[in-house]
Design a protein around this ligand. Structure first.
Ligand SMILES: [Zn+2]
Length: 270
């Protein structure tokens, strides 16, 4: 009888031990399960990564620099642009049109240099046939460099392709021309935000500002395309507000010669 009781007791004890072990394992697996990332958690990580890419780290002070660039000058509008840049203490980049550097406008180009802005080559004629061949491209390019050298005593180190590097006109020449520019120490820059102030005549200042606002926030280092030709009076008028808007968003300003190279992605040219 006593032996039977022992056996029953031993069985109960064994069952208790086994039961305890099972509970334990279950608890462990349950507690492990709480660390399996939920969809919500994954979304949070994705968002943090995105913020980190955008702003250089959570909680860190972010360096954000906007690069204002003006194409197709100099013109009668350029002094007003320079006045605003001076008043707001902002440096910018001017991609010049060689044919527009008339003798009367040489002082404007000199002022751009003297006030700390960067001068770059855009094109001599702004005609499609500059892309007719490698030679015609550099004939046009060299004419602007020569004119800039005559006026400022220096050659430009930055350049912008008319209609951007994605223009189909440039496609057959792109690699050869870009390699040659680089071998001459000249860096080409497209843009990733635009006032779209050359697309239609008489575009209003509010619209130019709204156009700039559409894309610059996607980048820590936006390159903003504006124009300072004679038809761009509204650009000059709204420039102060555009600068204020960028400042309020935490951007400082610099010229493109201090920025990493930027051309639109290769696949855009296919
Ligand atoms: Zn242009």
């Amino acid at each position: 009888m006593r032996k039977t009781l022992y056996v029953v007791f031993a069985c109960c004890l064994s069952l208790l031990i086994i039961y305890t072990l099972i509970i334990n394992v279950n608890e462990k697996s349950t507690s492990r399960r709480t660390y399996v990332p939920t969809a919500q958690f994954l979304l949070r990580v994705q968002e943090e990564n995105r913020q980190e890419q955008l702003h250089g780290g959570i909680g860190e002070e972010t360096e954000k620099t906007a690069y204002l660039s003006f194409d197709d000058g100099p013109s009668e509008v350029t002094p007003a642009v320079l006045d605003t840049l001076k008043e707001k203490e902002v440096k910018a980049t001017f991609f010049l049109l060689g044919n527009e550097i008339t003798p009367e406008r040489e002082d404007i180009v000199k002022r751009e240099m003297a006030e700390g802005h960067t001068i770059g080559v855009h094109t001599q004629t702004h005609k499609r046939n500059i892309y007719g061949s490698y030679d015609s491209f550099f004939e046009d390019f060299d004419a602007v460099q020569e004119r800039i050298r005559q006026v400022t005593g220096e050659e430009a180190k930055v350049h912008r392709y008319p209609w951007g590097s994605t223009t189909g006109l440039l496609r057959p020449l792109f690699h050869r021309v870009t390699a040659e520019l680089q071998s001459r120490g000249v860096q080409s820059y497209d843009w990733n935000a635009s006032g779209e102030d050359s697309l239609s005549d008489g575009i209003g200042g509010a619209q130019i500002k709204a156009n700039v606002k559409k894309h610059y926030g996607l980048y820590n280092e936006p390159i903003i395309l504006l124009h300072d030709s004679n038809v761009n009076k509204n650009t000059a008028l709204i420039l102060g507000e555009i600068i204020d808007m960028l400042r309020e968003d935490g951007y400082q300003f610099d010229t493109l010669e201090n920025r990493d190279p930027y051309l639109t992605p290769e696949e855009w040219r296919k």
